[in-house]
Design a protein around this ligand. Structure first.
Ligand SMILES: [Fe+2]
Ligand SMILES: [Fe+2]
Length: 332
């Protein structure tokens, strides 16, 4: 286990926490300013429909409604992801004193920082959701993220087997690296006033990204600890699950249609595009610009580099259309 690396990450997490406790004003988020409904809440490049021809036919108002609905879905998805991930990690690393003892103290300390920070993120995301949409009425209830029943069941199945569900380590790395990408796109969009997102949404994603930059490095350790030593047969089963999850959640993004229906309820004029949206969403999986954003090396460099270094991922260019394999020795 790379204990020196973990020690460094723990120090960084501890320093960040100490700094914040001593000077809470450094993370002052503009919650007192109302969220700006005349701006996007996430860059258009991250949304599904902005990559399809039908989007060019939307009015500015329609684009805003769709974008803001999408941004709320991403917030809810992030909450669910981090919540489920944390629960699962507790089972994997901390379920009993015996399991805890299997890992060095430094590692357990790293896991503790990770879990503490995820809890803070979840609280922050709920606060952002409530500030953005009064219809939550202050409740922590999912209103925008509605995965298909089959996808929900598949996720629950994986999460029920902490000993066998080693796929979690890859899902964690991908999900957290995607948070870094989200902020990279926010930064890019901020250079033009017409595309710059609402300042509160920007600030929350910025603070989230700071912790996630560390989490991504812990994820690599989780892969080395949980995935790499696993027997071949278990990897084979988990690879199949990973392929299905990537295809449902990343490549085809199966929740895109239910999100569209929610946006239509908010802004009924969107309904006039429904037939085209339905038809064009079928080609999202083969839309190069979208696949580029969700799975190209420039978007997920660490995930790509870790795939490169493992023979079991040799065929992954067929699973994630944006991923092009490189020989591991060429990877910096
Ligand atoms: Fe997080
Ligand atoms: Fe995280």
């Amino acid at each position: 286990m790379r204990l020196e690396k973990i020690r460094l990450l723990n120090d960084q997490a501890q320093n960040a926490q100490a700094k914040l406790e001593a000077h809470p004003e450094t993370r002052e988020l503009p919650f007192e300013t109302p969220v700006d409904f005349s701006r996007f809440w996430l860059p258009e490049s991250l949304t599904h429909l902005a990559h399809l021809p039908v989007y060019a036919e939307f009015t500015r108002e329609e684009k805003l409604t769709y974008n803001q609905t999408f941004a709320l879905m991403v917030i809810e998805q992030s909450i669910l992801f981090e919540d489920q991930l944390s629960g699962f990690m507790k089972k994997v690393f901390q379920a009993s004193p015996k399991i805890r003892e299997k890992y060095p103290d430094l590692f357990q300390e790293g896991v503790d920082h990770f879990l503490r920070e995820e809890e803070e993120h979840t609280a922050l995301f709920w606060r952002l959701a409530h500030a953005s949409d009064a219809s939550y009425q202050g409740q922590k209830k999912f209103r925008y993220y509605q995965p298909r029943l089959l996808d929900k069941l598949a996720t629950l199945l994986v999460l029920s087997f902490p000993k066998w569900g080693i796929v979690w380590s890859w899902l964690s790395l991908y999900g957290e690296e995607k948070f870094l990408l989200n902020y990279k796109e926010i930064k890019r969009a901020s250079h033009d006033p017409a595309t710059a997102i609402d300042p509160l949404h920007d600030a929350v994603h910025y603070w989230h990204m700071l912790d996630e930059a560390r989490h991504v490095q812990m994820d690599e350790i989780f892969i080395e600890e949980c995935w790499d030593p696993a027997p071949k047969w278990l990897k084979r089963i988990n690879l199949k699950i990973l392929e299905k999850i990537y295809q449902s959640f990343v490549v085809r993004s199966n929740s895109a249609w239910s999100l569209w229906k929610i946006a239509c309820k908010k802004h009924p004029s969107l309904l006039r595009h429904s037939a085209k949206v339905k038809e064009q969403l079928r080609s999202l999986g083969s839309t190069a610009s979208y696949q580029q954003i969700v799975s190209a090396r420039s978007s997920i460099p660490r995930t790509s580099a870790l795939f490169d270094a493992r023979p079991e991922f040799a065929h992954f260019g067929k699973i994630l259309p944006g991923y092009q394999r490189r020989h591991a020795h060429l990877v910096p």
